[in-house]
Design a protein around this ligand. Sequence first.
Ligand SMILES: *Cc1c(COP(=O)(O)O)cnc(C)c1O
Length: 353
Amino acid sequence: MTSKFWSETVRRTEPYVPGEQPDIPDLLKLNTNENPYPPSPMVRDAIQGELNRKLQLYPSPTVEGLRQQIGEYFNLQSKNVFIGNGSDEVLAFSFMAFFSQSKAIRFPAVSYSFYPVYAKLFNIPYKTVSLNRDFTIQPECFFQSEGGVIFPNPNAPTGIFLDLESVRDILESNRDNVVIVDEAYVDFARESAVSLLNDYDNLLVVQTMSKSRSLAGLRIGFALGHPDLIEALTRIKDSFNSYTIDRLAIAGGKAAITDSDYFRDTANKIIRTREWTSRELKKRGFHALPSSANFVFVSHYKHTAEQLYANLKEQHILVRHFSKPGIDNYLRITIGTDAQMQHLMEKLDELIT
Ligand SMILES: *Cc1c(COP(=O)(O)O)cnc(C)c1O
Protein backbone atom coordinates (compact mmCIF):
# COMPACT_ATOMS: atom_id res chain seq x y z
CA MET A 1 0.00 0.00 0.00
CA THR A 2 1.13 3.53 -0.68
CA SER A 3 -0.21 7.08 -0.99
CA LYS A 4 0.76 10.05 -3.13
CA PHE A 5 1.26 11.98 0.10
CA TRP A 6 4.00 9.69 1.34
CA SER A 7 7.57 10.99 1.33
CA GLU A 8 10.49 9.02 -0.12
CA THR A 9 11.43 8.11 3.44
CA VAL A 10 8.04 6.62 4.26
CA ARG A 11 8.05 4.69 0.98
CA ARG A 12 11.31 2.94 1.73
CA THR A 13 10.50 2.01 5.35
CA GLU A 14 9.87 -1.59 6.35
CA PRO A 15 8.66 -1.14 9.94
CA TYR A 16 9.59 -3.55 12.71
CA VAL A 17 6.79 -5.84 13.85
CA PRO A 18 6.87 -6.13 17.66
CA GLY A 19 5.66 -9.27 19.45
CA GLU A 20 1.93 -9.39 20.07
CA GLN A 21 0.52 -7.74 23.22
CA PRO A 22 -3.00 -9.24 23.25
CA ASP A 23 -5.42 -8.38 26.04
CA ILE A 24 -6.36 -11.91 27.13
CA PRO A 25 -6.79 -12.25 30.93
CA ASP A 26 -5.29 -15.69 31.57
CA LEU A 27 -2.62 -15.48 28.87
CA LEU A 28 0.86 -16.75 29.73
CA LYS A 29 2.98 -14.26 27.81
CA LEU A 30 6.39 -15.69 26.91
CA ASN A 31 6.86 -13.86 23.59
CA THR A 32 8.59 -10.52 24.18
CA ASN A 33 11.25 -11.22 26.82
CA GLU A 34 9.60 -9.12 29.49
CA ASN A 35 10.57 -9.81 33.09
CA PRO A 36 8.00 -11.99 34.93
CA TYR A 37 8.72 -10.15 38.18
CA PRO A 38 7.38 -6.65 38.88
CA PRO A 39 9.90 -3.81 39.26
CA SER A 40 11.44 -3.03 42.67
CA PRO A 41 8.88 -1.62 45.16
CA MET A 42 11.16 1.42 45.34
CA VAL A 43 10.25 2.17 41.70
CA ARG A 44 6.54 2.28 42.46
CA ASP A 45 7.10 4.54 45.47
CA ALA A 46 9.32 6.89 43.50
CA ILE A 47 6.79 7.23 40.68
CA GLN A 48 3.99 7.75 43.20
CA GLY A 49 6.03 10.49 44.86
CA GLU A 50 6.76 12.18 41.54
CA LEU A 51 3.04 12.13 40.67
CA ASN A 52 2.41 14.31 43.68
CA ARG A 53 4.90 16.86 42.51
CA LYS A 54 5.68 18.62 39.27
CA LEU A 55 3.93 17.03 36.34
CA GLN A 56 3.02 20.49 35.01
CA LEU A 57 6.70 21.21 34.43
CA TYR A 58 8.91 19.81 31.65
CA PRO A 59 11.40 17.16 32.73
CA SER A 60 15.16 17.74 32.63
CA PRO A 61 16.36 17.96 29.01
CA THR A 62 19.82 16.63 29.96
CA VAL A 63 18.60 13.94 32.41
CA GLU A 64 21.78 14.77 34.35
CA GLY A 65 20.71 13.20 37.67
CA LEU A 66 19.87 9.78 36.24
CA ARG A 67 22.95 9.89 33.98
CA GLN A 68 25.09 10.50 37.04
CA GLN A 69 23.52 7.58 38.88
CA ILE A 70 23.91 5.22 35.94
CA GLY A 71 27.49 6.48 35.57
CA GLU A 72 28.28 5.73 39.21
CA TYR A 73 26.82 2.27 38.90
CA PHE A 74 29.31 1.51 36.11
CA ASN A 75 32.22 3.55 37.55
CA LEU A 76 31.83 6.09 34.77
CA GLN A 77 30.93 9.77 34.63
CA SER A 78 27.68 11.30 33.42
CA LYS A 79 29.48 12.47 30.25
CA ASN A 80 29.89 8.77 29.37
CA VAL A 81 26.13 8.17 29.58
CA PHE A 82 23.31 8.86 27.12
CA ILE A 83 19.70 8.00 28.01
CA GLY A 84 16.92 7.30 25.53
CA ASN A 85 13.24 6.39 25.43
CA GLY A 86 14.00 2.67 25.45
CA SER A 87 17.20 1.33 23.95
CA ASP A 88 15.41 1.10 20.61
CA GLU A 89 15.52 4.87 20.49
CA VAL A 90 19.18 4.85 21.54
CA LEU A 91 19.89 2.40 18.71
CA ALA A 92 17.98 4.51 16.17
CA PHE A 93 19.93 7.63 17.18
CA SER A 94 23.17 5.63 17.04
CA PHE A 95 22.53 4.54 13.44
CA MET A 96 22.11 8.21 12.55
CA ALA A 97 25.01 9.43 14.65
CA PHE A 98 27.70 6.91 13.65
CA PHE A 99 26.81 5.16 10.39
CA SER A 100 27.05 6.59 6.89
CA GLN A 101 24.96 6.41 3.73
CA SER A 102 28.07 5.59 1.68
CA LYS A 103 29.70 2.78 3.72
CA ALA A 104 28.20 -0.59 4.52
CA ILE A 105 27.82 -1.63 8.14
CA ARG A 106 27.78 -5.25 9.28
CA PHE A 107 25.55 -7.21 11.61
CA PRO A 108 24.84 -10.94 12.06
CA ALA A 109 22.41 -12.57 9.62
CA VAL A 110 20.49 -13.95 12.59
CA SER A 111 20.08 -11.01 14.93
CA TYR A 112 17.77 -8.31 16.26
CA SER A 113 15.36 -7.58 13.41
CA PHE A 114 15.27 -3.86 14.17
CA TYR A 115 18.77 -3.33 12.67
CA PRO A 116 17.72 -3.66 9.01
CA VAL A 117 14.69 -1.49 9.78
CA TYR A 118 16.90 1.40 10.97
CA ALA A 119 19.32 0.85 8.10
CA LYS A 120 16.49 1.19 5.57
CA LEU A 121 14.97 4.20 7.32
CA PHE A 122 18.28 6.09 7.30
CA ASN A 123 19.49 4.77 3.93
CA ILE A 124 22.52 3.04 5.42
CA PRO A 125 23.88 0.14 3.33
CA TYR A 126 24.49 -3.11 5.24
CA LYS A 127 25.94 -6.59 4.88
CA THR A 128 24.64 -9.43 6.99
CA VAL A 129 27.27 -11.85 8.25
CA SER A 130 26.41 -15.57 8.29
CA LEU A 131 26.74 -17.42 11.56
CA ASN A 132 28.32 -20.82 12.09
CA ARG A 133 25.99 -23.83 11.86
CA ASP A 134 25.65 -23.82 15.65
CA PHE A 135 24.55 -20.14 15.50
CA THR A 136 27.79 -18.84 17.05
CA ILE A 137 29.31 -15.64 15.68
CA GLN A 138 32.58 -15.74 13.77
CA PRO A 139 34.42 -12.65 15.06
CA GLU A 140 36.75 -12.46 12.02
CA CYS A 141 33.77 -11.75 9.77
CA PHE A 142 33.42 -8.39 11.51
CA PHE A 143 37.08 -7.38 11.21
CA GLN A 144 37.85 -4.22 9.20
CA SER A 145 34.29 -3.32 8.38
CA GLU A 146 33.70 -0.54 5.87
CA GLY A 147 31.26 1.49 7.92
CA GLY A 148 30.88 0.01 11.40
CA VAL A 149 29.48 -2.97 13.27
CA ILE A 150 26.48 -3.69 15.47
CA PHE A 151 25.57 -6.93 17.24
CA PRO A 152 23.66 -7.94 20.35
CA ASN A 153 25.62 -9.71 23.08
CA PRO A 154 24.15 -12.10 24.07
CA ASN A 155 22.79 -12.38 20.53
CA ALA A 156 19.04 -12.27 19.94
CA PRO A 157 17.14 -14.45 19.28
CA THR A 158 19.77 -17.17 19.82
CA GLY A 159 20.79 -16.17 23.37
CA ILE A 160 24.40 -17.10 22.60
CA PHE A 161 27.13 -15.03 24.30
CA LEU A 162 30.30 -13.96 22.52
CA ASP A 163 33.32 -13.91 24.86
CA LEU A 164 34.92 -10.54 25.58
CA GLU A 165 38.23 -11.54 23.97
CA SER A 166 36.41 -11.84 20.65
CA VAL A 167 34.60 -8.53 21.26
CA ARG A 168 38.01 -6.96 21.91
CA ASP A 169 39.35 -8.38 18.62
CA ILE A 170 36.41 -6.85 16.74
CA LEU A 171 37.04 -3.46 18.40
CA GLU A 172 40.78 -3.66 17.72
CA SER A 173 40.26 -4.29 14.00
CA ASN A 174 37.69 -1.49 13.64
CA ARG A 175 39.61 1.39 15.22
CA ASP A 176 38.23 3.90 12.72
CA ASN A 177 34.61 2.77 12.99
CA VAL A 178 32.07 2.60 15.76
CA VAL A 179 31.24 -0.85 17.09
CA ILE A 180 27.89 -0.97 18.90
CA VAL A 181 27.42 -3.82 21.38
CA ASP A 182 23.70 -4.12 22.15
CA GLU A 183 23.63 -5.57 25.66
CA ALA A 184 19.87 -5.79 26.17
CA TYR A 185 20.34 -9.19 27.89
CA VAL A 186 23.81 -8.85 29.40
CA ASP A 187 22.59 -8.99 33.02
CA PHE A 188 21.65 -12.63 32.40
CA ALA A 189 25.12 -13.35 31.00
CA ARG A 190 28.69 -13.51 32.35
CA GLU A 191 30.17 -10.08 31.75
CA SER A 192 29.66 -6.75 30.03
CA ALA A 193 31.85 -5.02 27.44
CA VAL A 194 31.71 -1.94 29.70
CA SER A 195 35.11 -3.08 31.02
CA LEU A 196 36.57 -2.41 27.54
CA LEU A 197 35.42 1.23 27.42
CA ASN A 198 38.71 2.54 28.84
CA ASP A 199 40.64 0.94 25.99
CA TYR A 200 38.32 1.69 23.06
CA ASP A 201 36.93 5.08 22.06
CA ASN A 202 35.10 3.33 19.17
CA LEU A 203 32.95 1.22 21.53
CA LEU A 204 29.34 2.06 22.31
CA VAL A 205 27.63 -0.24 24.81
CA VAL A 206 23.83 -0.05 24.75
CA GLN A 207 21.74 -1.40 27.62
CA THR A 208 18.11 -1.23 28.70
CA MET A 209 16.00 -1.28 31.86
CA SER A 210 13.26 -3.16 29.97
CA LYS A 211 14.45 -6.70 30.62
CA SER A 212 16.63 -7.23 33.69
CA ARG A 213 15.13 -4.30 35.61
CA SER A 214 11.50 -5.17 34.85
CA LEU A 215 10.73 -1.76 33.32
CA ALA A 216 9.63 -2.47 29.73
CA GLY A 217 6.60 -0.26 30.35
CA LEU A 218 8.63 2.76 31.47
CA ARG A 219 10.90 3.03 28.38
CA ILE A 220 14.46 3.64 29.56
CA GLY A 221 17.52 2.59 27.61
CA PHE A 222 21.04 3.97 27.73
CA ALA A 223 24.36 4.05 25.95
CA LEU A 224 27.80 4.07 27.56
CA GLY A 225 30.87 5.29 25.73
CA HIS A 226 33.49 7.94 25.08
CA PRO A 227 32.18 11.50 25.66
CA ASP A 228 32.55 12.26 21.94
CA LEU A 229 30.11 9.46 21.10
CA ILE A 230 27.71 10.59 23.83
CA GLU A 231 27.90 14.14 22.49
CA ALA A 232 26.96 12.89 19.00
CA LEU A 233 23.89 11.10 20.39
CA THR A 234 22.88 14.19 22.36
CA ARG A 235 23.13 16.31 19.22
CA ILE A 236 20.82 13.93 17.34
CA LYS A 237 18.37 13.78 20.25
CA ASP A 238 18.27 17.55 20.59
CA SER A 239 17.49 17.81 16.90
CA PHE A 240 14.36 15.69 17.45
CA ASN A 241 12.94 16.21 20.90
CA SER A 242 14.43 17.85 24.00
CA TYR A 243 12.43 15.71 26.43
CA THR A 244 12.56 12.02 25.53
CA ILE A 245 12.54 10.86 29.17
CA ASP A 246 9.51 11.95 31.14
CA ARG A 247 9.42 12.79 34.85
CA LEU A 248 7.92 9.46 35.92
CA ALA A 249 10.55 7.54 33.97
CA ILE A 250 13.37 9.58 35.51
CA ALA A 251 12.04 8.96 39.03
CA GLY A 252 11.43 5.26 38.40
CA GLY A 253 14.76 4.80 36.65
CA LYS A 254 16.68 6.32 39.56
CA ALA A 255 14.95 4.00 42.01
CA ALA A 256 15.64 0.98 39.79
CA ILE A 257 19.37 1.78 39.67
CA THR A 258 19.44 2.38 43.43
CA ASP A 259 17.80 -0.95 44.34
CA SER A 260 20.53 -3.12 42.84
CA ASP A 261 19.92 -5.92 45.38
CA TYR A 262 16.39 -6.46 44.12
CA PHE A 263 17.60 -6.43 40.54
CA ARG A 264 20.44 -8.96 41.13
CA ASP A 265 18.01 -11.17 43.00
CA THR A 266 15.40 -11.33 40.26
CA ALA A 267 18.05 -11.69 37.53
CA ASN A 268 19.60 -14.64 39.41
CA LYS A 269 16.19 -16.24 39.83
CA ILE A 270 15.61 -15.99 36.08
CA ILE A 271 19.04 -17.49 35.36
CA ARG A 272 18.23 -20.48 37.61
CA THR A 273 14.80 -20.92 36.01
CA ARG A 274 16.42 -20.71 32.57
CA GLU A 275 18.79 -23.58 33.35
CA TRP A 276 15.90 -25.68 34.68
CA THR A 277 13.77 -24.84 31.62
CA SER A 278 16.53 -25.84 29.18
CA ARG A 279 17.01 -29.18 30.92
CA GLU A 280 13.26 -29.89 30.98
CA LEU A 281 12.85 -28.95 27.31
CA LYS A 282 15.72 -31.25 26.34
CA LYS A 283 14.05 -34.12 28.20
CA ARG A 284 11.03 -33.52 25.96
CA GLY A 285 12.92 -33.78 22.68
CA PHE A 286 13.87 -30.16 22.16
CA HIS A 287 17.22 -28.91 20.96
CA ALA A 288 18.01 -25.78 23.04
CA LEU A 289 20.81 -23.38 22.12
CA PRO A 290 23.03 -22.49 25.10
CA SER A 291 21.37 -19.31 26.39
CA SER A 292 22.92 -16.44 28.34
CA ALA A 293 19.70 -14.41 28.14
CA ASN A 294 16.19 -14.46 29.66
CA PHE A 295 14.85 -16.65 26.88
CA VAL A 296 15.67 -19.95 25.21
CA PHE A 297 15.74 -20.63 21.47
CA VAL A 298 14.56 -24.16 20.77
CA SER A 299 13.47 -26.56 18.05
CA HIS A 300 11.83 -29.97 18.35
CA TYR A 301 13.01 -33.10 16.55
CA LYS A 302 9.48 -34.14 15.63
CA HIS A 303 7.06 -31.21 15.84
CA THR A 304 7.46 -28.09 13.71
CA ALA A 305 7.88 -24.77 15.47
CA GLU A 306 4.94 -23.36 13.57
CA GLN A 307 2.63 -26.12 14.78
CA LEU A 308 3.86 -25.88 18.37
CA TYR A 309 3.42 -22.11 18.33
CA ALA A 310 -0.20 -22.52 17.20
CA ASN A 311 -0.94 -25.33 19.66
CA LEU A 312 0.52 -23.39 22.57
CA LYS A 313 -1.47 -20.33 21.58
CA GLU A 314 -4.67 -22.39 21.71
CA GLN A 315 -3.64 -23.24 25.27
CA HIS A 316 -3.21 -19.50 25.99
CA ILE A 317 0.58 -19.66 26.02
CA LEU A 318 2.20 -17.15 23.71
CA VAL A 319 5.78 -17.71 22.49
CA ARG A 320 7.64 -16.09 19.58
CA HIS A 321 8.00 -17.69 16.18
CA PHE A 322 9.89 -15.96 13.37
CA SER A 323 8.86 -17.05 9.86
CA LYS A 324 12.37 -16.37 8.61
CA PRO A 325 14.47 -18.83 6.58
CA GLY A 326 17.10 -20.52 8.74
CA ILE A 327 15.25 -20.00 12.04
CA ASP A 328 11.66 -20.81 11.08
CA ASN A 329 11.79 -24.13 12.89
CA TYR A 330 12.76 -22.47 16.18
CA LEU A 331 10.68 -20.98 18.97
CA ARG A 332 11.90 -18.24 21.26
CA ILE A 333 10.50 -18.79 24.74
CA THR A 334 10.84 -16.09 27.38
CA ILE A 335 11.78 -17.33 30.85
CA GLY A 336 8.95 -16.73 33.32
CA THR A 337 8.59 -17.67 36.97
CA ASP A 338 9.15 -21.28 38.09
CA ALA A 339 5.37 -21.77 38.27
CA GLN A 340 4.89 -20.42 34.74
CA MET A 341 7.57 -22.70 33.32
CA GLN A 342 6.07 -25.64 35.17
CA HIS A 343 2.74 -24.83 33.52
CA LEU A 344 4.45 -24.66 30.12
CA MET A 345 5.94 -28.15 30.65
CA GLU A 346 2.54 -29.57 31.61
CA LYS A 347 0.97 -28.19 28.44
CA LEU A 348 3.90 -29.45 26.34
CA ASP A 349 3.47 -32.91 27.83
CA GLU A 350 -0.10 -32.91 26.54
CA LEU A 351 0.93 -31.59 23.11
CA ILE A 352 4.00 -33.65 22.24
CA THR A 353 3.07 -37.17 23.29
C1 LIG B 1 14.44 -5.79 23.80
C2 LIG B 1 15.62 -5.40 22.96
C3 LIG B 1 15.96 -4.06 22.74
C4 LIG B 1 15.07 -2.91 23.07
O1 LIG B 1 14.65 -2.74 24.29
P1 LIG B 1 13.93 -1.40 24.77
O2 LIG B 1 12.71 -1.88 25.43
O3 LIG B 1 13.65 -0.51 23.58
O4 LIG B 1 14.92 -0.79 25.68
C5 LIG B 1 17.12 -3.78 22.08
N1 LIG B 1 17.91 -4.74 21.58
C6 LIG B 1 17.60 -6.03 21.73
C7 LIG B 1 18.50 -7.06 21.14
C8 LIG B 1 16.44 -6.40 22.40
O5 LIG B 1 16.10 -7.68 22.50
